[in-house]
Ligand binder design. Sequence first.
Ligand code: PLP
Length: 375
Amino acid sequence: MHYLDNSATTSVLPEAIEAAIKMMCVNFGNPSSLHSMGTDALHTLKKSREAVASALSCDASELVFTSGGTESINTALFGAAYKNRHYGRHIITTQIEHAATLNACKRLEQQGFDVTYLCADQSGHISIEDFLQALRQDTILASIMLVNNEIGTVFPVDQIGVVLKRKCPRALYHIDAVQGLFRLPLTPNKWNCDMLSISGHKIGAPKGIGALYINKNVHIPPYLVGGGQESGMRSGTEAIPNIAAFGAACRIRCEHLESDLNHVDQLNKYLWDCLMHEIPWVQKNGAPDIPHVSNFSLCGCKSEVMLRILESEQVFVSSGSACAKGHESHVLKSMGLRKDQIDSALRISFAPFNTLEDVDALIKALKKGVKMLKR
Ligand code: PLP
């Protein structure tokens, strides 16, 4: 099996599985219970929070565990918009955000907020000048992704933070860093960032766990209310097995960070060498800034059909975001790609466990697909 769809999700690291099983079968107490089973679970909660916080170079008290990137983003956007609604109603985001941000913004529009969606250029980047131009006196929130999930471009989140806080000091700033964790250094405290979302299943933890960084000087209303867990920011009994797995995955990924990045870089170079050699008419989509994601079109070969051919060779890739479920990519559309380019786009996304053999298998399967589909 050659799994090359790691932006959609990754397999779970053995250390993360082990940590989760322990918290399900042995230390299965509720961290709010006062007996020793509870305090054991509370201890794991604390240690896991510290492990995730160290990946963001932030204080553990600035992290709230959630059910994933989507919940973190919803908590950040609705919390910030409601907190700041007396100062203004204008929000800035981009056209090429993940559906979690776009649909939260759509709902905020229905509630009377006014959202500016910045366009991407042909390379898949957004410009700081466009951001500056979009700023208004009543701008109360900006939400920008760090790494685009479909094309791997990186946005100037540090510069955006500086301009936003200079022009609109009351505005809150959220960064969707779901695809950035362990791809780039995450330093929310240096980015003038108030809130930042991450997700476990993109880095070797199970699905259904994520975290929201909230700067210690920022107070937003919670999205979920109830028993007041997570300092009142996310009620509900903590998902300790998932949290322990997230902590374990962060520890492992931190330890191997440098060698993992070098390895993925090598894989990416090898992929493009092979592609240019074997299928020289391939069209690269966008100008990715990280080696983990490549998006390209093989015009004349429909993505859905190509995916099936690759699958028959045990090669798993995608045609874009997993959430789009085969619908036309809003990211490639925003970049101005032609319909035939969009219809034939494929996304390859690497994780550290991928090998050169995975790339060889992909190239072989692509050549088979091209032979069958291209006339
Ligand atoms: N943001 C980005 C950029 C993503 O790629 C994803 C998932 O694909 C999400 C948010 C949502 O994260 P989750 O699947 O944990 O809800």
